[in-house]
Design a protein around this ligand. Structure first.
Ligand SMILES: [Zn+2]
Length: 210
């Protein structure tokens, strides 16, 4: 159930858990589970009103807007309740590392568990980071320095190589070329001021249920 307003908040099962519901925070873009904390009705209302994910701190006994001290806030995208209305799933966009250890998620520092497909979102973030930092010796840096025209040429080449591998029935080669193509496409999109989400939205809009 999508939680939108005070009526939705009142409909939740606060009694069962003494007025605090566990809130699992999930990255709205790549689906990774970022953290878990607790919300009372006030924290949930504040999250909805402000668009900033806010919990109830049991230790400090007051509202705690994530990021108010660290600066790494969570922009609220949506809140859903589970099937029996006693647990919250919070979809959010992290403004930085969510965990106090400076890792993206509280659940694992080095190798976050993420659905395989979501790696492409992670790769896109790395590409954006490379574009901002331009580390020396990085191939991605070289591409950004060379400019859109050169990157577009690489996308064309990799597209052709992908097509040729498919026609030749070379499955392994096809996989490799498709990986090259996707990577160069991410770089091209970023260099052109677009991102994967823009493209995915277009795909989604073509598949609206009738
Ligand atoms: Zn943590």
């Amino acid at each position: 159930m999508l939680i939108r307003d005070s009526r939705d908040i009142q409909a939740l099962d606060w009694e069962k858990t003494d007025g605090l519901l566990p809130a699992v925070v999930q990255d709205a873009f790549d689906g990774r589970v970022l953290m878990q904390a607790y919300m009372n009705p006030e924290a949930l209302a504040h999250s909805l009103d402000s668009g900033k994910v806010t919990f109830w701190s049991r230790r400090r006994d007051k509202l705690w807007t994530k990021g108010e001290t660290s600066g790494n806030g969570l922009r609220l995208v949506a809140v859903h309740a589970d099937c029996d209305s006693d647990c919250l799933l919070v979809l959010a966009e992290p403004g930085g590392p969510t965990c106090h250890r400076e890792t993206d998620t509280c659940f694992d520092a080095r190798k976050p568990v993420r659905p395989g497909l979501a790696f492409i979102a992670t790769l896109e973030r790395l590409v954006a980071q490379r574009a901002a930092d331009r580390p020396k010796g990085s191939y991605t840096t070289q591409l950004f320095e060379a400019g859109v025209k050169r990157i577009a040429q690489k996308v064309g080449e990799e597209g052709l190589e992908t097509a040729l591998a498919a026609v030749a029935g070379e499955r392994e080669e096809l996989g490799n070329e498709a990986a090259d193509l996707l990577y160069h496409l991410l770089v091209l999109l970023h260099a052109s001021g677009l991102n994967l989400e823009d493209v995915v939205k277009i795909l989604e809009s073509r598949h609206q249920p009738a």
